[in-house]
Every structure is written in structure tokens, then in C-alpha cells.
Design a protein around this ligand. Structure first.
Ligand SMILES: [Fe+2]
Length: 244
């Protein structure tokens, strides 16, 4: 699988995020987790970014044990499955985003799509959270949020409703649709990336994201994530970045 280093459609990382991600490499190596091929000496691509912080960095909202399973088993499982699925095929050298785009709504590539999109979504998800998250968005994003939702609180309420109300497994997203921001939800592995929308941030509401810590209290988990972990800086950098 090829990792483009200059793609304008890649979720942008701030210099701080990149430095934190780079610092986490040794931590991940120490855990013995399988590594998806890493593009050396470049900012991490969405499918090989690893965790941009230590496993316990999201506590107490998300426990280290949840991250160990969520990242170490579920996310890495999708990435490893994908690697096996595309080996020796015409998709072997394609970027992750290309694989997602070229396998969506293709019954003959349904398994590839599920594993590729879940890998992309999870890479995006870990960057949508930050130990220093929550609070107010950066000014440019705040202005855009207020123009579309009226207020940051109204945006958070709509995002919470979408995430909590997503039936069964799925995702809540803040996206840009042209000049307007809006909230959408997707089920299973589906991603707004293939709907002509630019993802800004996401909240994972598959049970594996919260069940060890919150059991069936999805609403409590989502509210805590939005109040204390959501990475507005990541969303702002995506908004400022190239179109998807
Ligand atoms: Fe997940």
C-alpha cells in the first residue's frame, strides 16, 4: 500500500500533533503491537499514524484498557486484514483513501471496503480526540461553527444527538459541505469521505469504543468525549486543508 506524503486530502496534523505522534512511536514499539507499514521521516498518513498519545492519555473519559482493545485489537485488526486482502492485487500500491473510494458500493469488494474504511475512520478518530481537547474551537473554526449552528454548544448538541441516536454501530461526524458545516452519522464502516463531504472530526459509537467503561451508557460517553476530549484543533486543520 502506498502512502502519499503530499496529498491535500489527508487529514492535516498540526506540528504539535506530529511531534506527539512521533514521540508515541517508541511507546507503540514497546507494546509489541503490530505496525502497519510506516512512511519514514514524514508526517503519519491516516492509515499508519498509530496513536498520537499514550494509551492512558484519554483517562478518565476513555480508559487505557479500552484503548488497548480498541486500538490494539479492533483498529489493528482492520488494518492487518486489509493488508492481507490487498496483497498481490491491483490495490496493493494504492493509498488507503483510494481503496476506500474504489471499494464503496461494490458488492465484490465489500470486505475490502469494510476493513479499509474502518482503518481510515479509526485513524481519523484517534486524531479527533486529544488529552487537551474540549473547550472552545480555534477562532476560524468557531466562526464557521457559529455561522452554521448558531453556537458551539448548539453544534455539540447536534453532534451528540447524531452520535447517540445512531442505531447500532456507527459514527457521528462534523463535516464541511461546501461552505457550510453540518453533522451527519454513518452506520458500520461508512464514511462521509465517499459522500462528497469533508470530514472534520468524528466520534466512534461502536460499542467497542465505550462498553468496557460505560456499558450501555452511550450518551454519557459521548457527552464526556465532546466536553473533555474533542480535538477542535484537528477539526480546524481539516477545515483549512484541501477538499476531500
Ligand atoms: Fe472503533
Amino acid at each position: 500500500m502506498k502512502h502519499d506524503t503530499n496529498r491535500s486530502d489527508r487529514p492535516a496534523l498540526s506540528r504539535r500533533d506530529f511531534l506527539v505522534a512521533a514521540a508515541s512511536t517508541s511507546l507503540l514499539a514497546a507494546t509489541g503491537l503490530p505496525r502497519f507499514a510506516r512512511a519514514a521521516a514524514s508526517a503519519p498518513a491516516p492509515n499508519d499514524s498509530g496513536l498520537p498519545y499514550p494509551m492512558n492519555a484519554l483517562e478518565p473519559v476513555v480508559s487505557a484498557r479500552t484503548v488497548e482493545f480498541h486500538y490494539g485489537k479492533h483498529h489493528r485488526g482492520y488494518a492487518n486484514n486489509l493488508k492481507k486482502l490487498i496483497e498481490g492485487t491491483d490495490m496493493a500500491d494504492a493509498s488507503l483513501e483510494t481503496i476506500v473510494r474504489q471499494s464503496v458500493n461494490r458488492p465484490d469488494r465489500a470486505v475490502v471496503f469494510n476493513n479499509a474504511a474502518q482503518t481510515w475512520n479509526h485513524d481519523f478518530y484517534w486524531n479527533s480526540l486529544s488529552p487537551k481537547g474540549g473547550g472552545e474551537p480555534p477562532t476560524a473554526l468557531k466562526t464557521a461553527v457559529e455561522a452554521s449552528f448558531g453556537s458551539v454548544d448548539a453544534c455539540k448538541r447536534e453532534l451528540a444527538q447524531a452520535a447517540i441516536g445512531q442505531f447500532a454501530s456507527g459514527w457521528g461526524w462534523l463535516v464541511a459541505d461546501g461552505d457550510k458545516l453540518k453533522v451527519v452519522s454513518t452506520s458500520n464502516a461508512h464514511t462521509p469521505l465517499t459522500d462528497g463531504l469533508k470530514p472534520l472530526l468524528t466520534v466512534d459509537v461502536w460499542e467497542h469504543a465505550y462498553y468496557l467503561d460505560y456499558q450501555n451508557r452511550r450518551a454519557d460517553h459521548v457527552q464526556a468525549v465532546l466536553d473533555r476530549l474533542i480535538n477542535w484543533e484537528f477539526a480546524a486543520s481539516n477545515l483549512a486543508g484541501g477538499a476531500h
